[in-house]
Design a protein around this ligand. Sequence first.
Ligand SMILES: NC(=O)c1ccc[n+]([C@@H]2O[C@H](COP(=O)([O-])OP(=O)(O)OC[C@H]3O[C@@H](n4cnc5c(N)ncnc54)[C@H](OP(=O)(O)O)[C@@H]3O)[C@@H](O)[C@H]2O)c1
Length: 261
Amino acid sequence: MSAIPFDFSGSVAIVTGGSSGIGEITALMLAKAGADVVIAGRKEAPLETAAENISAASGRRCIAIPADVREQDQAQQLVERTVEQCGRIDVVINNAGKGYHAPLRTMSAEVWQNDIALNLNAAFYCAQAALPHLIASGRGAVVNISSLAGINGTMGVGAYSSAKAGLQMLTRVAAAEWGPRGVRVNCVAPGMIATEKAQAGWAKVGFDAQGACEAFPLRRPGRPEEVAAAVLFLASEAASYITGETLTVAGGPQLKGMIDV
Ligand SMILES: NC(=O)c1ccc[n+]([C@@H]2O[C@H](COP(=O)([O-])OP(=O)(O)OC[C@H]3O[C@@H](n4cnc5c(N)ncnc54)[C@H](OP(=O)(O)O)[C@@H]3O)[C@@H](O)[C@H]2O)c1
């Protein structure tokens, strides 16, 4: 991607799930746009590697803080350690997420609760813990990463779809409650994005991603940096009058008609 048209100089951003895929490229692009970045994830080794790579490529600080953001106390510690090390928080990107494949008729309560914990609860815990610092920032912004599954619903990932829909409502209510305190909250809903892990997951269940893309006007899976660009826009001052919105990044709407066009 060419020059990044947003300025995050002097800002500190937390990106959950920053060790791979959309989160990693978002953290890199924030750093290239001038932010110091904290990335969080559970596995220390890939997190450290990503932080080193982001620092080297951007010349900015990128700090790896291991955390399982499904746990409220770990989300709180992530925020506290960020403030200890970086002094402030201006941006929170709630990106950590994943969906487990199981039909609703046999899905266990454990699977259901885990998908809700990761894809919905974690965003609430991180944003709420960071809120005093986002207010103090004067330009605080949260961007939640939902999914097209949270708009249309996807069979086989019922818990994930439900959590991602809930995340869009969390975005709206938090935006309404926190807007008067100067904090914006928005959401990005990616469609099929060809991250390394997503591609491996598609292969594992025999999903024909390119074939499925024929239903979308742009006829291809998205690239992680195309999602990150939308995230940076919503987190930036360029979106200073936008809050409570969900921006779909999915190659266009799937429309059916009655005649050939
Ligand atoms: N790729 C797509 O096609 C697509 C489409 C729609 C929406 N999305 C959404 O976009 C976001 C990123 O997706 P991606 O494909 O880029 O994911 P990814 O490559 O699988 O990366 C997921 C990241 O989340 C971290 N993570 C997982 N569980 C965590 C936990 N409990 N606590 C903290 N971090 C955790 C992972 O690190 P650890 O495993 O080390 O914790 C990793 O850094 C997700 O919210 C996903 O639902 C993706």
